[in-house]
Design a protein around this ligand. Structure first.
Ligand code: FES
Ligand SMILES: [Fe+2]
Length: 374
């Protein structure tokens, strides 16, 4: 079964402008794409319900029976590990009257619906339908929780609401090979923060995809990374930006210490998640659209258990938190101005905004065709 999200008639596809493949000639996405509720609903169906979305990490499902609930594209989901060690993803919607089959997170032998008590196995099958004796033409085997695809990569858990989507690792194209040199297997989740930002999710991603604003918006971060050596590269479905960490550090108000050679590497994966590698820590960002002008950004910091206790880690979190607040402020100012009658579209800097242009091209293709680009 292909699960379709309930969505309004999708006319958004007809409104998507062509974004010129030539950066030097191209115009950016029109401002209506950052403001319009119809576009917002169409994005859910064409983009968020068709791409692999990060929902957690393998530590959360270390043992049989571990589970957690989450949301993707407005859909309530339940992710768990069964008694045979297998991972499962389900819509967290009871097949009786749509109550929640599970709540929060924890460890269970079965899931018991909070409404009338139907119970489901860790593999989603309906075990008992309370008070259903005498119901005719009712086959419990047909009333298991609806399943969805779940997979793991590099310790992170992903789901995809599209049964026909390509496998997770294939969808990442060049990314797994590129992050090999940064990834470390002893990294554990050390800190998690949520930021609600008053802007469209694409305004947040646009801002992430260029280092152009670093000197004016992030004086602190600009002391750490060498803006003049900032590089952006585009790949099939992601972009990589990186910059050397400036030599020196600490003792002079700096967060990172470097004797030279270290770099900060920022990977963005279409449409909405990022991996930021700094010396000794990895930051995962997941950008959740909540409304046309409201976005939830989840930050998770991963590092070794020893690093998590260190002053250096405290400094790294402080710098990222400060940077995030600065980004949120400028994105909110931009969101307000996108609604101005004076503005519709802009041009791209050829030297600085190659990655923003790539995002807009991927986005326009996905929305126009109703499928995420392969
Ligand atoms: S809605 Fe789940 S048991 Fe009734
Ligand atoms: Fe920024």
């Amino acid at each position: 079964m292909r699960h379709r999200l309930k969505c309004p008639e999708v006319k958004a596809a007809e409104r998507v402008p062509a974004i010129d493949a030539d950066l030097a000639h191209a115009w950016s996405l029109p401002s209506a794409f950052y403001l319009d509720a119809q576009i917002f609903d169409a994005e859910k169906e064409a983009i968020f319900a068709r791409t692999w979305q990060p929902v957690g990490n393998l530590e959360q499902l270390a043992r049989a029976g571990d589970y957690f609930t989450c949301e993707v594209a407005g859909e309530p989901l339940l992710i768990c590990r069964d008694e045979h060690g297998e991972l499962h993803g389900f819509y967290n919607v009871c097949r009786h009257r749509a109550g929640p089959a599970a709540q929060g997170c924890g460890t269970r032998k079965v899931f018991r619906c909070a409404y009338h008590g139907w119970t489901y196995g860790l593999d989603g099958r309906l075990i008992s339908a309370t008070e259903f004796e005498g119901v005719q033409q009712f086959d419990a085997a047909e009333f298991g929780l609806r399943a969805l695809r779940v997979d793991a990569w590099s310790g992170l858990l992903f789901v995809n609401l599209d049964e026909a989507a390509e496998p997770l690792v294939a969808s990442l194209h060049e990314l797994p090979r590129q992050v090999e040199r940064y990834a470390s297997s002893d990294m554990k989740l050390a800190e998690r923060r949520e930021y609600t930002v008053g802007c469209n999710w694409k305004a947040y991603i646009d801002n992430y995809l260029e280092g152009f604003h670093l000197p004016s918006v992030h004086p602190g971060l600009n002391r750490e990374v060498d803006y003049n050596a900032y590089v952006g590269e585009v790949y099939t479905r992601h972009a990589k930006q990186w910059s050397p960490i400036r030599s020196g550090g600490n003792g002079d108000g700096r967060s990172y210490q470097s004797s030279g050679g270290e770099e900060a590497a920022y990977f963005w994966v279409f449409p909405n998640w990022m991996l930021n590698y700094y010396p000794g820590n990895l930051q995962l960002n997941v950008v959740h659209p909540l409304a046309p002008d409201k976005t939830l950004v989840v930050f998770e910091w991963y590092c070794s258990p020893a690093m998590a206790q260190s002053e250096a880690f405290f400094e790294a979190v402080k710098l990222a938190d400060q940077t995030q607040r600065e980004d949120a402020a400028i994105c909110e100012a931009v969101q307000k101005n996108l609604a101005s009658r004076s503005y519709d579209r802009g041009r791209y800097s050829v030297t600085q905004e190659k990655c923003v242009h790539h995002f807009h091209r991927l986005y326009a293709d996905a929305l126009r065709t109703g499928t995420a680009p392969a």
